[in-house]
Design a protein around this ligand. Structure first.
Ligand code: KG4
Ligand code: ZN
Length: 363
Protein backbone atom coordinates (compact mmCIF):
# COMPACT_ATOMS: atom_id res chain seq x y z
CA UNK A 1 0.00 0.00 0.00
CA UNK A 2 0.95 3.64 -0.44
CA UNK A 3 1.99 5.02 2.98
CA UNK A 4 -0.60 7.41 4.41
CA UNK A 5 0.40 10.33 6.63
CA UNK A 6 -2.49 11.62 8.70
CA UNK A 7 -2.95 14.46 11.20
CA UNK A 8 -5.33 13.45 14.01
CA UNK A 9 -7.24 15.92 16.19
CA UNK A 10 -9.05 15.04 19.46
CA UNK A 11 -11.17 17.47 21.50
CA UNK A 12 -14.22 15.49 22.62
CA UNK A 13 -13.72 15.76 26.38
CA UNK A 14 -11.00 17.42 28.45
CA UNK A 15 -7.81 16.69 26.51
CA UNK A 16 -6.74 18.92 23.61
CA UNK A 17 -4.69 16.59 21.43
CA UNK A 18 -3.04 16.37 18.01
CA UNK A 19 -0.82 13.67 16.52
CA UNK A 20 0.75 12.74 13.21
CA UNK A 21 0.77 9.07 12.22
CA UNK A 22 2.06 7.22 9.17
CA UNK A 23 0.39 3.96 8.19
CA UNK A 24 2.24 1.63 5.83
CA UNK A 25 2.56 -2.11 5.24
CA UNK A 26 4.58 -2.49 8.43
CA UNK A 27 1.74 -0.95 10.48
CA UNK A 28 1.23 2.40 12.20
CA UNK A 29 4.14 4.70 13.14
CA UNK A 30 3.34 7.53 15.55
CA UNK A 31 5.47 10.48 14.35
CA UNK A 32 4.22 12.91 17.01
CA UNK A 33 1.71 12.77 19.83
CA UNK A 34 0.80 15.91 21.81
CA UNK A 35 -1.79 16.00 24.62
CA UNK A 36 -2.65 19.17 26.51
CA UNK A 37 -4.68 18.20 29.60
CA UNK A 38 -7.26 20.50 31.17
CA UNK A 39 -7.38 19.00 34.67
CA UNK A 40 -6.29 22.30 36.27
CA UNK A 41 -9.20 24.12 34.57
CA UNK A 42 -11.78 21.66 35.92
CA UNK A 43 -10.30 20.75 39.31
CA UNK A 44 -12.07 23.59 41.21
CA UNK A 45 -15.42 22.12 40.05
CA UNK A 46 -14.39 18.47 40.72
CA UNK A 47 -15.60 17.47 37.26
CA UNK A 48 -15.42 18.47 33.61
CA UNK A 49 -17.39 21.66 32.88
CA UNK A 50 -18.40 21.56 29.19
CA UNK A 51 -18.23 25.33 28.59
CA UNK A 52 -14.81 25.62 30.19
CA UNK A 53 -13.61 22.61 28.19
CA UNK A 54 -14.76 24.12 24.88
CA UNK A 55 -13.07 27.44 25.66
CA UNK A 56 -9.82 25.74 26.65
CA UNK A 57 -9.86 23.74 23.39
CA UNK A 58 -10.25 27.00 21.43
CA UNK A 59 -7.31 28.51 23.28
CA UNK A 60 -5.03 25.48 23.11
CA UNK A 61 -5.73 23.68 19.86
CA UNK A 62 -3.74 25.80 17.35
CA UNK A 63 -0.59 25.50 19.47
CA UNK A 64 -1.10 21.77 19.98
CA UNK A 65 -1.52 21.17 16.23
CA UNK A 66 1.54 23.32 15.46
CA UNK A 67 3.58 21.34 18.01
CA UNK A 68 2.44 18.01 16.53
CA UNK A 69 3.42 19.11 13.01
CA UNK A 70 6.77 20.46 14.23
CA UNK A 71 7.54 17.26 16.19
CA UNK A 72 6.81 15.20 13.09
CA UNK A 73 8.99 17.56 11.03
CA UNK A 74 6.22 17.98 8.46
CA UNK A 75 4.14 20.73 6.87
CA UNK A 76 0.41 20.47 6.09
CA UNK A 77 1.30 19.92 2.42
CA UNK A 78 2.99 16.62 3.39
CA UNK A 79 -0.25 15.17 4.78
CA UNK A 80 -2.50 12.72 2.97
CA UNK A 81 -5.50 13.58 5.11
CA UNK A 82 -6.85 15.19 8.27
CA UNK A 83 -8.78 13.09 10.81
CA UNK A 84 -10.80 14.80 13.54
CA UNK A 85 -13.08 13.40 16.23
CA UNK A 86 -16.65 14.22 15.15
CA UNK A 87 -18.32 12.64 18.23
CA UNK A 88 -19.54 11.32 20.56
CA UNK A 89 -18.58 13.79 23.26
CA UNK A 90 -19.15 17.26 24.67
CA UNK A 91 -20.54 19.07 21.67
CA UNK A 92 -18.70 22.39 22.15
CA UNK A 93 -15.33 20.66 22.23
CA UNK A 94 -16.16 18.33 19.34
CA UNK A 95 -17.11 21.36 17.21
CA UNK A 96 -13.79 23.09 17.97
CA UNK A 97 -11.69 20.13 16.81
CA UNK A 98 -13.86 19.22 13.85
CA UNK A 99 -13.91 22.83 12.58
CA UNK A 100 -10.12 23.04 12.90
CA UNK A 101 -9.78 19.79 10.95
CA UNK A 102 -12.17 21.03 8.26
CA UNK A 103 -10.29 24.33 7.96
CA UNK A 104 -6.92 22.60 7.46
CA UNK A 105 -8.46 20.12 5.00
CA UNK A 106 -10.08 22.94 3.01
CA UNK A 107 -7.08 25.28 3.02
CA UNK A 108 -4.62 22.55 1.96
CA UNK A 109 -6.97 20.58 -0.27
CA UNK A 110 -6.74 17.37 1.77
CA UNK A 111 -9.44 14.80 2.48
CA UNK A 112 -11.26 15.06 5.83
CA UNK A 113 -11.98 11.90 7.82
CA UNK A 114 -14.63 12.39 10.53
CA UNK A 115 -13.73 9.86 13.23
CA UNK A 116 -15.94 8.27 15.87
CA UNK A 117 -14.04 8.71 19.17
CA UNK A 118 -15.04 5.18 20.20
CA UNK A 119 -13.47 3.77 17.04
CA UNK A 120 -10.27 5.52 18.11
CA UNK A 121 -10.38 3.73 21.48
CA UNK A 122 -11.35 0.46 19.77
CA UNK A 123 -8.28 0.59 17.51
CA UNK A 124 -5.88 2.04 20.12
CA UNK A 125 -4.50 -1.42 21.09
CA UNK A 126 -3.06 -1.57 17.54
CA UNK A 127 -0.92 1.59 17.96
CA UNK A 128 1.96 -0.13 19.75
CA UNK A 129 4.37 -2.28 17.72
CA UNK A 130 3.08 -5.85 17.74
CA UNK A 131 -0.30 -4.58 19.01
CA UNK A 132 -3.57 -6.50 18.97
CA UNK A 133 -4.54 -8.34 15.81
CA UNK A 134 -8.21 -8.75 14.80
CA UNK A 135 -10.53 -9.99 16.13
CA UNK A 136 -10.49 -9.10 19.81
CA UNK A 137 -12.88 -8.52 22.68
CA UNK A 138 -12.54 -4.92 23.89
CA UNK A 139 -13.55 -3.67 27.32
CA UNK A 140 -13.73 0.11 26.93
CA UNK A 141 -13.88 1.79 30.33
CA UNK A 142 -13.50 5.56 30.55
CA UNK A 143 -15.13 8.61 32.11
CA UNK A 144 -17.76 8.72 29.40
CA UNK A 145 -18.04 5.12 28.22
CA UNK A 146 -18.33 1.61 29.58
CA UNK A 147 -18.92 -1.20 27.10
CA UNK A 148 -17.80 -4.49 25.62
CA UNK A 149 -17.16 -4.39 21.87
CA UNK A 150 -16.30 -7.29 19.61
CA UNK A 151 -13.73 -5.66 17.32
CA UNK A 152 -13.80 -7.86 14.22
CA UNK A 153 -12.01 -5.61 11.71
CA UNK A 154 -11.70 -1.93 10.84
CA UNK A 155 -15.29 -0.67 10.74
CA UNK A 156 -16.78 -3.96 11.95
CA UNK A 157 -17.77 -3.59 15.60
CA UNK A 158 -20.43 -5.39 17.58
CA UNK A 159 -21.41 -4.08 20.98
CA UNK A 160 -22.03 -6.94 23.38
CA UNK A 161 -23.02 -4.93 26.45
CA UNK A 162 -22.78 -1.49 27.99
CA UNK A 163 -23.69 0.49 31.07
CA UNK A 164 -27.33 1.22 31.77
CA UNK A 165 -26.49 4.22 33.98
CA UNK A 166 -23.05 5.59 34.94
CA UNK A 167 -19.74 4.95 33.19
CA UNK A 168 -17.11 3.30 35.40
CA UNK A 169 -14.73 6.28 35.33
CA UNK A 170 -17.65 8.48 36.32
CA UNK A 171 -18.31 6.22 39.33
CA UNK A 172 -14.65 6.58 40.40
CA UNK A 173 -14.86 10.35 39.92
CA UNK A 174 -18.10 10.59 41.93
CA UNK A 175 -16.64 8.63 44.84
CA UNK A 176 -13.58 10.90 44.82
CA UNK A 177 -15.87 13.94 44.89
CA UNK A 178 -17.85 12.48 47.79
CA UNK A 179 -14.61 11.98 49.77
CA UNK A 180 -13.04 15.33 48.75
CA UNK A 181 -10.06 13.53 47.22
CA UNK A 182 -9.70 15.77 44.15
CA UNK A 183 -10.06 15.48 40.37
CA UNK A 184 -9.70 13.39 38.25
CA UNK A 185 -10.79 10.89 40.84
CA UNK A 186 -9.81 7.51 39.40
CA UNK A 187 -6.07 7.61 40.13
CA UNK A 188 -6.72 9.13 43.60
CA UNK A 189 -9.24 6.45 44.58
CA UNK A 190 -6.76 3.79 43.41
CA UNK A 191 -3.98 5.34 45.49
CA UNK A 192 -6.05 5.76 48.66
CA UNK A 193 -7.50 2.24 48.30
CA UNK A 194 -4.00 0.77 48.74
CA UNK A 195 -4.12 1.61 52.48
CA UNK A 196 -7.67 0.39 53.03
CA UNK A 197 -9.55 -2.73 54.10
CA UNK A 198 -11.55 -4.02 51.08
CA UNK A 199 -13.84 -6.09 53.32
CA UNK A 200 -14.97 -3.37 55.76
CA UNK A 201 -18.00 -2.13 53.80
CA UNK A 202 -20.45 -4.60 52.24
CA UNK A 203 -21.22 -2.80 48.97
CA UNK A 204 -23.57 -4.09 46.24
CA UNK A 205 -22.43 -5.71 42.99
CA UNK A 206 -25.25 -4.61 40.62
CA UNK A 207 -26.26 -7.08 37.87
CA UNK A 208 -23.71 -9.66 39.08
CA UNK A 209 -24.85 -13.23 38.52
CA UNK A 210 -27.32 -12.05 35.90
CA UNK A 211 -27.23 -12.95 32.22
CA UNK A 212 -25.55 -10.72 29.66
CA UNK A 213 -22.71 -8.28 30.00
CA UNK A 214 -24.32 -4.92 30.69
CA UNK A 215 -23.08 -2.81 33.60
CA UNK A 216 -24.73 -0.73 36.30
CA UNK A 217 -22.85 1.43 38.79
CA UNK A 218 -25.52 3.82 40.09
CA UNK A 219 -26.43 1.53 43.03
CA UNK A 220 -22.80 1.18 44.05
CA UNK A 221 -22.37 4.94 44.04
CA UNK A 222 -25.51 5.43 46.13
CA UNK A 223 -24.38 2.77 48.63
CA UNK A 224 -21.09 4.65 49.07
CA UNK A 225 -22.97 7.91 49.61
CA UNK A 226 -25.09 6.21 52.31
CA UNK A 227 -21.99 4.97 54.14
CA UNK A 228 -20.51 8.48 54.08
CA UNK A 229 -23.77 9.88 55.48
CA UNK A 230 -23.89 7.20 58.18
CA UNK A 231 -20.29 7.77 59.28
CA UNK A 232 -20.56 11.54 59.52
CA UNK A 233 -17.03 12.90 59.98
CA UNK A 234 -14.64 10.67 58.03
CA UNK A 235 -11.16 9.69 59.19
CA UNK A 236 -8.39 9.00 56.67
CA UNK A 237 -8.82 5.30 57.48
CA UNK A 238 -12.58 5.46 56.75
CA UNK A 239 -11.80 6.98 53.36
CA UNK A 240 -9.17 4.37 52.58
CA UNK A 241 -11.51 1.52 53.61
CA UNK A 242 -14.34 2.92 51.52
CA UNK A 243 -12.09 3.31 48.45
CA UNK A 244 -10.75 -0.22 48.94
CA UNK A 245 -14.26 -1.67 49.39
CA UNK A 246 -15.47 0.25 46.32
CA UNK A 247 -12.59 -1.02 44.22
CA UNK A 248 -13.17 -4.58 45.44
CA UNK A 249 -16.81 -4.31 44.32
CA UNK A 250 -15.69 -2.93 40.95
CA UNK A 251 -13.28 -5.85 40.49
CA UNK A 252 -16.05 -8.36 41.27
CA UNK A 253 -18.47 -6.64 38.87
CA UNK A 254 -15.87 -6.52 36.09
CA UNK A 255 -14.97 -10.17 36.64
CA UNK A 256 -18.61 -11.30 36.48
CA UNK A 257 -19.41 -9.24 33.38
CA UNK A 258 -16.15 -10.02 31.58
CA UNK A 259 -16.67 -13.76 32.02
CA UNK A 260 -20.09 -13.43 30.39
CA UNK A 261 -18.64 -11.30 27.59
CA UNK A 262 -15.93 -13.90 26.94
CA UNK A 263 -18.58 -16.62 26.85
CA UNK A 264 -20.52 -14.56 24.28
CA UNK A 265 -17.37 -13.99 22.28
CA UNK A 266 -15.97 -17.54 22.42
CA UNK A 267 -17.88 -18.74 19.33
CA UNK A 268 -15.95 -16.18 17.26
CA UNK A 269 -12.73 -18.02 17.94
CA UNK A 270 -11.16 -20.99 16.30
CA UNK A 271 -8.24 -20.86 18.69
CA UNK A 272 -6.97 -18.46 21.32
CA UNK A 273 -8.96 -15.34 22.23
CA UNK A 274 -7.71 -11.85 22.97
CA UNK A 275 -9.11 -9.59 25.69
CA UNK A 276 -8.16 -5.93 25.39
CA UNK A 277 -8.78 -3.18 27.95
CA UNK A 278 -8.76 0.47 26.84
CA UNK A 279 -10.00 3.85 28.12
CA UNK A 280 -8.78 5.86 31.11
CA UNK A 281 -9.94 3.35 33.76
CA UNK A 282 -7.77 0.68 32.11
CA UNK A 283 -4.86 2.59 33.66
CA UNK A 284 -5.91 1.14 37.04
CA UNK A 285 -3.35 -1.49 38.05
CA UNK A 286 -5.73 -3.55 40.20
CA UNK A 287 -8.20 -3.70 37.31
CA UNK A 288 -5.47 -4.65 34.84
CA UNK A 289 -4.25 -7.43 37.13
CA UNK A 290 -7.79 -8.79 37.60
CA UNK A 291 -8.53 -8.80 33.88
CA UNK A 292 -5.20 -10.42 33.10
CA UNK A 293 -5.93 -13.22 35.60
CA UNK A 294 -9.44 -13.73 34.20
CA UNK A 295 -8.17 -13.84 30.64
CA UNK A 296 -5.52 -16.37 31.65
CA UNK A 297 -8.11 -18.62 33.29
CA UNK A 298 -10.10 -18.75 30.07
CA UNK A 299 -7.09 -19.18 27.79
CA UNK A 300 -7.23 -15.65 26.44
CA UNK A 301 -4.26 -13.34 25.88
CA UNK A 302 -4.62 -10.05 27.72
CA UNK A 303 -3.52 -6.84 26.01
CA UNK A 304 -3.68 -3.28 27.35
CA UNK A 305 -2.34 -0.33 25.37
CA UNK A 306 0.48 1.70 26.95
CA UNK A 307 -1.02 4.09 29.52
CA UNK A 308 -0.74 7.19 27.34
CA UNK A 309 -2.91 5.56 24.68
CA UNK A 310 -5.44 4.31 27.26
CA UNK A 311 -6.57 7.85 28.05
CA UNK A 312 -7.78 10.27 25.38
CA UNK A 313 -5.19 11.03 22.71
CA UNK A 314 -5.02 11.95 19.02
CA UNK A 315 -2.75 9.11 17.87
CA UNK A 316 -5.74 6.75 18.08
CA UNK A 317 -7.86 9.24 16.06
CA UNK A 318 -5.13 9.50 13.40
CA UNK A 319 -4.96 5.68 13.24
CA UNK A 320 -8.74 5.34 12.85
CA UNK A 321 -8.59 8.03 10.13
CA UNK A 322 -5.72 6.34 8.31
CA UNK A 323 -7.42 2.92 8.44
CA UNK A 324 -10.65 4.41 7.09
CA UNK A 325 -8.79 6.26 4.34
CA UNK A 326 -6.98 3.08 3.39
CA UNK A 327 -10.42 1.51 2.83
CA UNK A 328 -11.34 4.42 0.55
CA UNK A 329 -13.48 6.43 2.96
CA UNK A 330 -13.42 10.18 3.43
CA UNK A 331 -16.11 12.63 4.53
CA UNK A 332 -17.76 15.81 3.25
CA UNK A 333 -16.85 19.11 4.85
CA UNK A 334 -20.53 19.32 5.85
CA UNK A 335 -20.13 16.34 8.23
CA UNK A 336 -21.87 17.35 11.50
CA UNK A 337 -20.47 17.23 15.03
CA UNK A 338 -22.43 14.50 16.86
CA UNK A 339 -22.87 14.56 20.65
CA UNK A 340 -24.15 10.96 20.46
CA UNK A 341 -22.82 8.47 17.96
CA UNK A 342 -22.95 4.77 18.87
CA UNK A 343 -20.14 2.75 17.32
CA UNK A 344 -22.48 -0.09 16.60
CA UNK A 345 -25.64 1.60 15.31
CA UNK A 346 -27.40 -1.76 14.91
CA UNK A 347 -26.90 -2.62 18.57
CA UNK A 348 -28.21 0.80 19.56
CA UNK A 349 -31.31 0.25 17.44
CA UNK A 350 -32.00 -3.22 18.80
CA UNK A 351 -31.49 -2.50 22.50
CA UNK A 352 -34.12 -0.13 23.90
CA UNK A 353 -31.97 0.70 26.94
CA UNK A 354 -29.27 1.97 24.58
CA UNK A 355 -31.44 4.24 22.45
CA UNK A 356 -30.14 7.76 21.94
CA UNK A 357 -31.36 9.78 24.88
CA UNK A 358 -30.24 10.53 28.36
CA UNK A 359 -28.48 7.18 28.71
CA UNK A 360 -27.19 7.03 25.17
CA UNK A 361 -23.85 8.77 25.47
CA UNK A 362 -22.36 6.42 28.04
CA UNK A 363 -23.82 3.29 26.53
O1 KG4 B 1 -10.41 7.82 28.52
P1 KG4 B 1 -10.38 9.01 29.44
O2 KG4 B 1 -9.11 9.79 29.54
O3 KG4 B 1 -11.46 10.06 29.03
C1 KG4 B 1 -12.75 9.75 28.67
O4 KG4 B 1 -13.00 9.51 27.45
O5 KG4 B 1 -13.59 9.71 29.58
O6 KG4 B 1 -10.83 8.49 30.89
C2 KG4 B 1 -10.87 9.33 32.01
C3 KG4 B 1 -11.48 8.55 33.16
C4 KG4 B 1 -11.75 9.41 34.39
O7 KG4 B 1 -13.04 9.10 34.88
C5 KG4 B 1 -10.67 8.97 35.36
O8 KG4 B 1 -11.05 9.13 36.74
C6 KG4 B 1 -10.50 7.52 35.00
O9 KG4 B 1 -10.58 7.51 33.59
N1 KG4 B 1 -9.21 6.99 35.44
C7 KG4 B 1 -9.07 6.00 36.36
C8 KG4 B 1 -7.68 5.83 36.57
N2 KG4 B 1 -7.02 6.72 35.75
C9 KG4 B 1 -7.98 7.41 35.07
N3 KG4 B 1 -9.99 5.27 37.02
C10 KG4 B 1 -9.54 4.34 37.90
N4 KG4 B 1 -8.22 4.15 38.17
C11 KG4 B 1 -7.27 4.85 37.54
N5 KG4 B 1 -5.97 4.65 37.80
ZN1 ZN C 1 -12.21 8.61 25.50
Amino acid sequence: MRPLTILGIETSCDETAAAVLRLDDAGPHVLSDIVLGQAAHHAPYKGVVPEIAARAHVEGLDGVIAAAMADAGLGFADLDGVAATAGPGLIGGVMVGLMAGKAIALAHDKPLIAVNHLEGHALSPRLAPGGATFPYLLLLVSGGHCQFIAVMDVGVYRRLGSTIDDALGEAFDKLAKLLYLGFPGGPLVEKVAKNGDPTRFALPRPLSGREGCDFSFAGLKTACAREVERLGALTEQDKADLCASFQAAVLDILADRTLNAMRAFDPVWGAKGRLVAAGGVAANQAIRAKLEALAGERGYDFIAPPLRWCTDNAAMIALAGAERMRLGFSDELSFPARPRWPLDEDAARLRPSHKPGRKGAKA
